[in-house]
Design a protein around this ligand. Structure first.
Ligand code: COA
Length: 415
């Protein structure tokens, strides 16, 4: 079966996490992704957090599936010529270097346009134009600068970063959307364009509801669904809301049977208004369904802590999976706190290709997260990440270089 992005060639200048997540998605949708790395070293993540000596790390392998790897020294004059040939052949150049690195290499937007006016140049940067535009940025910096950390955690503790890589992988996703959108516009205009996804902007986009709350707070001085209501105090900025749901339906994380020894024996429980009577029945508080202090969502807001404490008395008598089974029967929204171990072993995720086992020539078998976006006409087949420079000769041959020229460039240290 054909793939959605068949025929699209991506010159992949990305490294670490944010850029590689973007180009991996494009590769899964069928683009030919040619990853350019420095000979002898490659993407720094190849050697970071290694669990097997001298073998590409899981950090690298899990972010670089379905790509080809070529080594080019882009600071070597002959290496630059190879890169120029690639720019002429590709549709999109994706990069997440520190600000200015591509220009310093000699590949400004103007130069790239000269070489290929159809080229889309897509970049991840830490910040957009402004006071921080020259800063190098990693995941947690973006989480802090994008508003996530100040709104995550508990009221009596410091700001907290989240395990979901919303700064890196989140921005990679944003960039991928920008790229396919620019490719679509190019079908009308015939021209390439610059695509920028700043990590601060990406995180803020995912924290949109917190900017909503900032304005609500400024107008009314309170937010009744936050745990600070009614007994705590609100300051000038959106506070950390613990495990409150962030939406119109109050929720909280509750202990389940076994919580004393299992750190993940918890369930997320949502007291959705339409099923309030069913919740009251399940936990044995039938009288709350009609009690004016509990019967309506507005009446419940000042009592949320007590309500969740009462529900928890019930969830603590069940395992998280038993509680799920019972609650789902009544359409009560809830979700188990799943550990990574449980997720890795979950058969349904294997079945859908969300968790995939991949074989690698030096690492052997390992698990990875497959494509979370499923297209019915463009199924994803997850292929192992390339070894460093595995496809240099293949790509050079496609560019028209002879075996003699390839070996001369190698001797000159250009590839
Ligand atoms: N041949 C020759 N030189 C190469 C090369 C190649 N194939 N590939 C990269 N380089 C050079 C670059 O030109 C740059 O040189 P310069 O500084 O002399 O101009 C150098 O390698 C290092 O690039 P840089 O991006 O500065 O790497 P770093 O390890 O110092 O910084 C980041 C890493 C992630 C902090 C930085 O790239 C960054 O801020 N990126 C944007 C935001 C981002 O994506 N952050 C999240 C990463 S998950």
């Amino acid at each position: 079966m054909s793939k959605a992005l068949d025929g699209v060639r991506i010159l992949d200048f990305t490294h670490v996490q944010s850029g590689p997540t973007c180009t991996q998605l494009l590769a899964w949708f069928g683009a030919d992704v040619i990853k350019v790395e420095r000979a002898g070293a490659g993407d720094i993540t190849r050697e970071q957090l290694r669990d097997i000596p001298d073998v590409d790390s899981l950090y690298f392998t899990m972010l670089n599936h379905n790509k080809r790897s070529v080594t080019i020294d882009t600071k070597n004059p002959e290496g630059k010529l190879v890169l120029e040939a690639l720019i002429q052949k590709c549709d999109v150049l994706v990069e997440n270097f520190a600000p200015g690195a591509l220009d310093r290499m000699g590949f400004t937007w103007e130069r790239i346009q000269e070489l290929n006016p159809r080229m889309i140049v897509a970049s991840v940067k830490g910040f957009g134009p402004g006071p921080y535009e020259d800063c190098k940025v990693y995941e947690n910096v973006a989480q802090c600068a994008g508003g996530a950390a100040s709104t995550t955690g508990f009221d009596d503790g410091p700001p907290v970063v989240t395990g979901a890589q919303i700064g890196d992988s989140g921005t990679g996703l944003h960039l991928a959307l920008g790229i396919v959108t620019a490719l679509y516009q190019r079908t009308q205009t015939g021209r390439g364009q610059k695509v920028l996804a700043a990590m601060q902007d990406g995180v803020l986009n995912l924290c949109r509801v917190k900017l909503r709350d900032q304005q609500r707070l400024e107008r009314t001085g309170t937010m009744k669904e936050y745990p600070q209501y009614p007994n705590g105090t609100f300051g000038e900025a959106v506070p950390r809301a613990g495990n409150a749901s962030g939406g119109g339906q109050p929720g909280w994380i509750l202990k389940c049977k076994g919580w004393e020894t299992d750190p993940n024996a918890y369930i997320y429980f949502i007291t959705q208004a339409p099923v309030w009577a069913k919740i009251c029945n399940v936990i044995g508080k039938e009288e709350w369904a009609t009690d004016p202090n509990y019967a309506t969502p507005a009446a419940r807001l000042p009592h949320l802590k007590d309500i969740f404490a009462e529900i928890e008395r019930w969830t603590m008598t069940k395992t998280k999976f038993e509680a799920m089974q019972i609650l789902n029967k009544y359409d009560i929204p809830c979700g188990p706190i799943l550990s990574m171990k449980e997720i890795a072993e979950e058969p349904s995720l294997r079945k859908t290709g969300t968790i995939v086992e991949v074989d690698h020539p030096t690492r052997g078998k390992y698990l990875t997260v497959g494509n979370p976006i499923k297209l019915s006409d463009s199924p994803t087949e997850v292929k192992r990440s390339p070894l460093l420079g595995e496809h240099t000769d293949e790509v050079m041959t496609e560019l028209g270089y002879s075996p003699e020229q390839i070996s001369a460039l190698r001797t000159a240290g250009a590839i």
